[in-house]
Every structure is written in structure tokens, then in C-alpha cells.
Design a protein around this ligand. Structure first.
Ligand code: ATP
Length: 427
């Protein structure tokens, strides 16, 4: 990774419109971020590639989009009300608060209070009366929304085991020590699958999902040497997990989790069956047996992946007179796929740009970029990771052709306007 990459990527993310500090006109809110135009496009692309990849499988994965606010019974059954806690310590001289395992190295142990358990769920109330009965929680994971819909999906889709249910959406955790830009925030997006299978096949599907999810990260363009799988040892396992492995990314500060793959056994369905009194078992028509299936859960972070993608695909290239900075997004992932640039601000060139845009924009993510010199505009498009730029010049008015510039090779070729759709469709 280029030196100082963390600061460089954060700076471009903010200056080019990927991610802004939330409430910035009021001085910002610590560890809260807004996604700007390019950030939304990139995040949507990552989410789309996630849905596409699970749609392509031989096994069926059904999509759901579940509520952020669920009945508090959900969190009672899942164990979150009792167990979703982190040990917290206070630094006595300053009153600063840290997660017990994330105290900065320069702080002396004797200056810290004894650890206390702190529940990470954000509590709020529904309705006009604020009391114990109106307390609800912002979901700390999307997974439970899937478990409580297991029976709904099973029945309405006539699902047959093995099958999965996928959910993407916002989750909220009142993290004691958020930080490292969008790596750890209190409001973030998750992409989770609960995959229901027979208990005898837990290990097979666990291995399947590790390989499947690793491949997905590779296909985003994250290099092999920046990814690893780390198995949790027994002491690390969450209360529901029989076995967990993390897919980790080599962040500038060291290895950190991108996604956790857990064998949750039948903990959750059992717990919800017990707490709700509703039967949550599966009837296997082949052997006429009824059972509560096991679950393998690949639980990834959408916003955390977006950051890993930015860090992985940022490159610097020394040119004769300057350094060129590039996000090497592949064509599918790039927020803008094709920049359309008039050589100068002349009306007749801008009109042609508009005509080209009108044909391409229904198939591709395009942008007309008019302001500044052509050189500066190429640099901007490189910096936001646009794989191709079309330049409309004065010859275009005569020969009905444009120059197409490739971001990575900087090679330019002359293409007829009428051939542009085919050209980009064949990439
Ligand atoms: P960590 O150990 O980093 O706190 P976790 O093991 O608690 O993460 P999970 O509960 O397994 O995380 O959540 C699944 C995924 O959701 C994580 O792999 C991560 O990508 C994402 N995620 C979890 N917490 C956050 C957060 N505070 N900010 C951004 N993404 C998060």
C-alpha cells in the first residue's frame, strides 16, 4: 500500500464526494458519516454485486428487507438484551471511556476503572408515552430479522432445505470506541445470509460459504495477500456460535474483520420458538421428519467493505511531471463508468456530449464533465476511478468519432459515435 494511505484515501473520499462527515456544518458528530453521490453509487454497486452473486448459486437464497425496529421480544430471545455487551473502562484523569480491549497503549493500567458491562443496543421508545413498556431497540444486526421471518419465507416460498435468506440494511451499535473512519461506526450497513441446512451438513456448508465469500471479495478486486481467514478459538466464540471464522482484511493498522462466518447451530430458531410459542421447525417431505434446521451465517459489513475496496484499489503512478492517483475499480464496481468530456466549453461540443449521454446513460453510469482543463478533468476522473473517458473534439463534428481513453493504460482510440454502445457492452 502507498505510504500514508489511510489519510490519502480518507481525504479523497471526502474531497471527491464519496463520504462526508455527518452534520459537518455544525462541526460534525464524532464517527458519524454521510455518503455523498459517488459513495452512494459505490455502495449500491457493492450491494448489487452481493445480491447478484447469491442469485447465481445453485442453492436458493431468498431476499428479505426487515424492519430496524422489531418487538423487544426478539432481542430477549436472541440474547442481545442480556448478552450484547462490551466491557467498558473509564480513564480516571480525563473521564474518557474505552472498550476494555481497545485502550490506547500509552494509558497506564492504574488510571483505569474496573471494567463494567455496557449494552451496545440503542434504546428508544415508540408512541407518546415513555416507559418500560414502550422501550424498543434499534437493531444491532440484520440477522434476527431473518430468523423471525423463517416461517414466513418457508411457507410463502415453499422453500426446501438447504436454502438461505439474505438481508441488507442498517444496523446500530453504541460502540464504545468507534473509529478508523468508516471501519467502526455506530450506524453501519450489513449484508447477512442465514443459510438453513441439516445438522449433518453443517461443516460442508460452513466451508462452502467461506470459499464463496472469499471469492466474492477477490472479485471486487481485493488482492489475495490482503485477505485471510482466521478461526476463532473457543474463548472468543459468541454465546450462540459452535464455530466461527473471520474473513479479515489487511487494513493500514493491521488485520481487521470484514465478515464473520458462524455456525449458529439451531440456537436462534430454538430460542425464538421457545420465546414466541410458535413452531419454527422444518418438515422434510423425503423422510417425513420434522426438525429445527442448523444455520450457517455469513455476516459481512457493507460500509466496511466499501472502505476495504477504497484502500485496496487506490494507486499512485509517477508520471513525468506529477503523480497520478487512481481508484482501479473494475467496470462493474466503478461509481461512474464513462466520463463524457467536451474538449472545450464550446456549445457545439457540449451538445454532442449531451447526445452521446442520452444514448449511453440508460445502459451505463455516465457523467458529463465540463469544468477545468482537459488534463485536470482526466486526473479527476482517474481519481474517482472512472474506467473510460470519451472526449468530444472539433474533429468529432466532421468525422462523427470520439476519442476513448482507457484509465489504466491511458491509451486513446478513435471510435465512431454509433459504435460506442457496442464498444462498452463488450467490455
Ligand atoms: P467487531 O469484532 O469488528 O466488533 P463483530 O464481530 O462484532 O465485529 P459481527 O457481529 O460479526 O461483527 O457483524 C458482522 C459484520 O458487520 C462485521 O464483520 C463487520 O463487517 C460489520 N460491522 C460490525 N460492527 C460494525 C461497526 N461498528 N461498524 C461497521 N461495520 C461493522
Amino acid at each position: 500500500m502507498p505510504e500514508g494511505i489511510f489519510d490519502k484515501v480518507v481525504k479523497i473520499a471526502q474531497s471527491r464526494g464519496f463520504v462526508f462527515n455527518a452534520s459537518s456544518i455544525y462541526g460534525g458528530l464524532r464517527s458519524s458519516y454521510d455518503y455523498g453521490p459517488l459513495g452512494v453509487l459505490l455502495k449500491n454497486n457493492i450491494a448489487r454485486l452481493w445480491w447478484d452473486s447469491i442469485n447465481d448459486l445453485d442453492v436458493q437464497i431468498y431476499p428479505v428487507d426487515t424492519a430496524i425496529i422489531q418487538s423487544s421480544e426478539v432481542w430477549k430471545a436472541s440474547g442481545h438484551l442480556a448478552e450484547f455487551t462490551d466491557p467498558m473502562v473509564d480513564h480516571k484523569p480525563t473521564g474518557e471511556r474505552f472498550r476494555a480491549d481497545q485502550v490506547p497503549e500509552d494509558i497506564k493500567k492504574e488510571d483505569l476503572t474496573e471494567p463494567r458491562q455496557f449494552n451496545l443496543m440503542f434504546e428508544t421508545n415508540i408512541g407518546p408515552v415513555k416507559n418500560e413498556n414502550s422501550a424498543v431497540y434499534l437493531r444491532p444486526e440484520t440477522a434476527q430479522g431473518i430468523f423471525v421471518n423463517f416461517e414466513n419465507v418457508l411457507r410463502t416460498m415453499r422453500a426446501k432445505i438447504p436454502f438461505g435468506i439474505g438481508n441488507i440494511g442498517k444496523s446500530f451499535r453504541n460502540e464504545i470506541t468507534p473509529g478508523q473512519f468508516i471501519f467502526r461506526t455506530r450506524e453501519f450497513e450489513q449484508m447477512e445470509i442465514e443459510f438453513f441446512c441439516d445438522e449433518s451438513e453443517e461443516d460442508k456448508w460452513f466451508d462452502y460459504w467461506i470459499e464463496n465469500r472469499l471469492n466474492w471479495y477477490r472479485n471486487l478486486g481485493i488482492p489475495e495477500n490482503k485477505l485471510r481467514v482466521r478461526d476463532h478459538d473457543k474463548s472468543e466464540l459468541a454465546h450462540y456460535a459452535k464455530k466461527t471464522s473471520d474473513i479479515e482484511f489487511d487494513y493500514p493498522w493491521g488485520w481487521g474483520e470484514l465478515e464473520g462466518i458462524a455456525n449458529r447451530g439451531n440456537f436462534d430458531l430454538n430460542a425464538h420458538q421457545e420465546n414466541s410459542g410458535k413452531e419454527l421447525s422444518y418438515f422434510d417431505p423425503n423422510n417425513e421428519l420434522k426438525y429445527i434446521p442448523s444455520v450457517i451465517e455469513p455476516a459481512g459489513g457493507l460500509t466496511r467493505t466499501l472502505f476495504a475496496v477504497l484502500l485496496s484499489l487506490y494507486e499512485e503512478e509517477e508520471l513525468e511531471k506529477e503523480t497520478r492517483t487512481i481508484f482501479k475499480f473494475n467496470f462493474d464496481l466503478a461509481p461512474i463508468q464513462i466520463g463524457i468530456l467536451p474538449l472545450s466549453k464550446k456549445d457545439e461540443l457540449i451538445t454532442v456530449c449531451g447526445e452521446i449521454n442520452a444514448t449511453l446513460r440508460s445502459m451505463f453510469r455516465t457523467e458529463i464533465d465540463i469544468t477545468q482543463s482537459i488534463g485536470k478533468r482526466y486526473r479527476r476522473q482517474d481519481e474517482i476511478g472512472t474506467p473510460y473517458c470519451i472526449t468530444v473534439d472539433f474533429d468529432t463534428l466532421e468525422d462523427k468519432s470520439v476519442t476513448v481513453r482507457n484509465r489504466d493504460t491511458m491509451q486513446q482510440e478513435r471510435i465512431k459515435i454509433e459504435d460506442l454502445s457496442d464498444y462498452f457492452n463488450n467490455i
